[in-house]
Design a protein around this ligand. Structure first.
Ligand SMILES: Nc1nc2c(c(=O)[nH]1)N[C@H]1C(S)=C(S)[C@@H](COP(=O)(O)OP(=O)(O)OC[C@H]3O[C@@H](n4cnc5c(=O)[nH]c(N)nc54)[C@H](O)[C@@H]3O)O[C@H]1N2
Ligand SMILES: Nc1nc2c(c(=O)[nH]1)N[C@H]1C(S)=C(S)[C@@H](COP(=O)(O)OP(=O)(O)OC[C@H]3O[C@@H](n4cnc5c(=O)[nH]c(N)nc54)[C@H](O)[C@@H]3O)O[C@H]1N2
Ligand code: SF4
Ligand SMILES: [Mo]
Length: 739
């Protein structure tokens, strides 16, 4: 490297990409840990096996990857990993297949004068990225560019992106798809416990007497967690609370098919019943909680009459659940998107937390108020994406937190924003109002997955500069981009994920990324150089180096994992759950939080939090008489199907085209027969779908899976006021036959 290169950041970046021989060897990006592309890591035996945590859902199954000449030729579920115990779902089994697809982004692409995405070199891509983003910032201020990230890249990559964007590039606003998914649980835990701390370990599924699953369809969305439920030898009662008779509800001992969005009333009613009967844990309440008396007053009006009327459930069904919880030594309360994706999600999640607290069902085996996470690394993004919270579960608004981070990273404190980022929909609003002009989208597909899609696409279309960094150039969002940065995917890079039970596990590079695609980590490094802030990241040389930086950032925090001996220990010990501090390195492989009854608020107590239910923003009426629920359709389809759609096996196992599930009673009334094509219309848009008549949806409701491109043309952009999470699961629609 010449002195001139050092002075010119762009040429430093391109020299990173062009080091030694050949036009594009990327040797420097390879580095010993093999996080870049080109060669496979030399430390792997050419014909042997290695392991990698699955890159789809948050269960975090471990897969044994079989290698020939150092490259993956197949995989099987790891048998000795505490999470999956030799099991994997079809997505895991097919994880390698989806890497090999004709629409992989293999070079950077830039929108040409003719409006087409055309291939360009990495040098052009990087210089365009930097010039255009910096020009926008110069003209409109640092806040005029923002990013949308993900819970689907390695923790080290998330930390790099967040630190680079905010500390290096001067952005204030960044959010990610975790907002669509986990924001509610984050806020609920933070307010109730003082830290975003899902308390459980998967073993709790096996050790419960009563398992309450709320808005969680494990059989489809977390099949291996359902397998863990089946390992329970205590003959548990399984109570599924879901308006639909889901695959999971069919397997359960009890199904409460409540009216959509009546959960809060139900759980306040249940709390009232438990209090009335004296079925509460007075000692735990006194020692470990605050606010119980106010809570008692709050739930008093939720009498059985009110609750049965609002939920549509019978008194007997509700009383039976209270009885089950009372009689059980160990009850656990689990929730997923049926709770989080709501205009009152935070309070609903807290109504479950309250039930666990008041019955002393926390901190013991088989108990807990347990939010099940969605994406493979949503938990990593919650701690390290530097979006909603400052690195390590800190607050941007706390001067003490900012100075800790400045010191650990050895950066000037002024580089750390002292205010919170806008949330996802506020960023979109910022674009609409012309305050945000440049957007960098990494590993998420908002043009498909965001709520009220026509509006979302219209807004994304207004940007001066849209950059999409993805494995595939064909995603709905990449197709709108001005610049596409080709990314390596799971299996083509290294790092760690954190699963739902707080377990760190490693992912491995076992395949070459196609063409010139690079690991996100390497792209962030190249952008840091090109931007001119590479020096700030001189220690961030490899994923494992960043893991060590994150360990320092975690020290003394509730999520402390400073005691882990690098990736080596993660591989040796079957992953490691946080906390795992240098001072108290525990021995057990499966651990839960709060065994000592102390929470993270300064007084050590958990809070009872509650509020009156809100009206549903868009209830069905005469014109739009049906309520639309959306969610996961099958165990083989992943979100917007950019990945799972590339496997022949997975594709054969799922319906090819969008369908709508309709109750037989409604179908009869509308004169609709099985397989008919219908128009489904909401106030925002109209889509065509094939009818699937089934009693699993209640009369007056319909269900459409989120995996097809048009589903979100119908949904209504309303949000929880605290978590700003979209309410994907309640809007009014009507149906009519095509033709
Ligand atoms: N196969 C597959 N697995 C996945 C995913 C995938 O795309 N495909 N995605 C992953 C991700 S990111 C996530 S977040 C999880 C999501 O996992 P889940 O949350 O289990 O999946 P969903 O189908 O979105 O929603 C769960 C249930 O909420 C119910 N529901 C709707 N409204 C209400 C309500 O008002 N009250 C109650 N109690 N329930 C309601 C729906 O009927 C649905 O059955 O799955 C993860 N796993
Ligand atoms: N109607 C409705 N809408 C929903 C939901 C619902 O229940 N109903 N659920 C919501 C939820 S919970 C979620 S989590 C969101 C998910 O929404 P998205 O995040 O938009 O969905 P994905 O299809 O997972 O998009 C991930 C993108 O990242 C790319 N990718 C994968 N791995 C990598 C990588 O390593 N690097 C890079 N750079 N790119 C990569 C994939 O190709 C894909 O384009 O959808 C939300 N939308
Ligand atoms: S359950 Fe989730 S983590 Fe396990 S193999 Fe399936 S997708 Fe992967
Ligand atoms: Mo999610």
């Amino acid at each position: 490297m010449t002195p001139a290169d050092v002075l010119h950041p762009l040429s430093v970046a391109s020299s990173l990409l062009h080091q030694t021989d050949g036009p594009f060897t990327r040797e420097l990006l390879l580095e010993p840990s093999g996080f870049g592309l080109g060669q496979l890591p030399s430390r792997l035996q050419p014909d042997a096996t290695t392991t990698s945590v699955c890159g789809f859902c948050s269960t975090g199954c471990n897969l044994t990857v079989h290698l020939k000449d150092g490259a993956a030729i197949g995989l099987s579920p790891a048998t000795n990993y505490p999470v999956n115990l030799g099991m994997a779902c079809p997505k895991g089994w097919e994880a390698l297949r989806v890497l090999d697809a004709p629409d992989r982004a293999t070079t950077p692409l830039m929108r040409s004068g003719r409006g087409r995405l055309e291939r360009v070199s990495w040098e052009t891509a990087l210089s365009t990225f930097v010039t255009r983003m910096q020009n926008i910032q110069r003209e409109h201020g640092p806040e005029s560019v923002a990013w949308l990230g993900t819970g689907q890249i390695a923790t080290e990559e998330l930390a790099y992106l967040g630190a680079l964007a905010k500390f290096g590039m001067g952005m204030i606003h960044g959010d990610g798809n975790t907002r669509q998914c986990m924001a509610t649980a984050v806020v609920a835990y933070k307010q109730s416990f003082g830290f975003d701390a899902p308390p459980y370990t998967y073993k709790d599924f096996e050790e419960s007497d009563v398992i309450v699953l709320v808005g969680a369809n494990l059989c489809i969305a977390h099949p291996i967690l359902w397998e863990r439920v089946l390992h329970n030898r205590r003959q548990p009662k399984i109570v599924v609370i879901d308006p639909r008779r889901t695959e999971t509800a069919m397997q359960a001992s009890h199904h409460l098919a409540l009216k959509p969005k009546s959960d809060l009333v139900l759980f306040y009613g249940l709390a009232r019943l438990l209090i009335e009967k004296g079925w509460v844990d007075d000692e735990f309440i006194a020692q470990s909680t605050q606010g119980f008396d106010d809570f008692c007053r709050h739930v008093a009006p939720y009498t059985m009459d009110v609750v049965t009327e609002r939920t549509g459930l019978t008194a007997a069904a509700i009383e039976e659940v209270a009885e089950l919880i009372h009689q059980a030594e160990r009850s656990s309360f689990w929730w997923t998107m049926g709770v989080n994706q709501s205009y009152e999600g935070v309070r609903t999640a807290q109504s479950l937390i309250n039930l666990a607290l008041m019955t002393g069902n926390i901190g013991r085996p088989g108990t807990g108020a347990n939010s099940i996470t969605g994406q493979c690394n949503a938990m990593g993004s919650r701690l390290f994406s530097n979006t909603t919270g400052l690195l390590g579960g800190r607050d941007f608004t706390d001067p003490q937190h900012r100075s800790e981070v400045a010191e650990i990273l050895n950066i000037p404190i002024e580089k750390i924003p002292d205010r919170n980022s806008m949330s996802y929909h506020e960023i979109l609003k910022g674009i609409l109002e012309g305050r945000i002009k440049g957007l960098w989208v990494v590993a998420t597909n908002p043009a498909h997955s965001w709520i009220n899609q026509d509006q979302a696409r219209d807004i994304l279309g207004r940007l001066d500069f849209l950059v999409v960094q993805d494995m595939y150039h064909s995603t709905e969002t990449a197709q709108m981009a001005d610049l596409v940065l080709p990314a390596a995917g799971w299996g083509e890079k290294e790092g760690t994920f954190i699963n739902s039970e707080r377990r760190f596990g490693t992912i491995r590079k076992v395949a070459r990324a196609p063409g010139e695609a690079l690991a996100d980590f390497s792209i962030f490094r190249a952008i840091a150089q090109a931007w001119g802030c590479g020096d700030m990241f001189r220690e961030w040389t490899s994923p494992e180096a960043v893991f060590r930086i994150m360990q320092r950032l975690s020290a003394g925090r509730p999520c402390d994992f400073s005691g882990i001996d690098g990736y080596r220990q993660l591989d040796r010990d079957g992953g490691v759950q946080w906390p795992y501090s240098a001072e108290h390195a525990p021995d057990e492989q499966e651990r839960r939080l709060f065994a000592d009854g102390r929470f993270h608020h300064p007084d050590g107590k958990a809070k009872f939090l509650f509020e009156d239910p809100r009206p549903m923003p868009e209830p069905p009426n005469k014109d739009f008489p049906l309520l639309l629920l959306t969610g996961r359709g099958t165990a083989v389809q992943w979100h917007t199907q950019t990945r799972t759609g590339k496997s022949d096996v997975l594709r054969k196992l799922a319906p090819e085209r969008i369908y709508v599930e309709v109750n037989p009673q409604d179908a009869r009334a509308l004169g609709i027969r099985p397989q008919d094509q219908v128009w489904v219309e909401s106030r925002r848009g109209e889509i065509q779908a094939q009818v699937f008549i089934t009693p699993t949806v209640a009369p007056g409701q319909v269900f459409i899976p989120m995996h097809y491109a048009t589903a979100n043309r119908l949904t209504d952009a309303v949000f929880d006021p605290y978590s700003k999470q979209p309410s994907y699961k309640a809007c009014a629609v009507r149906l009519r036959r095509v033709g």
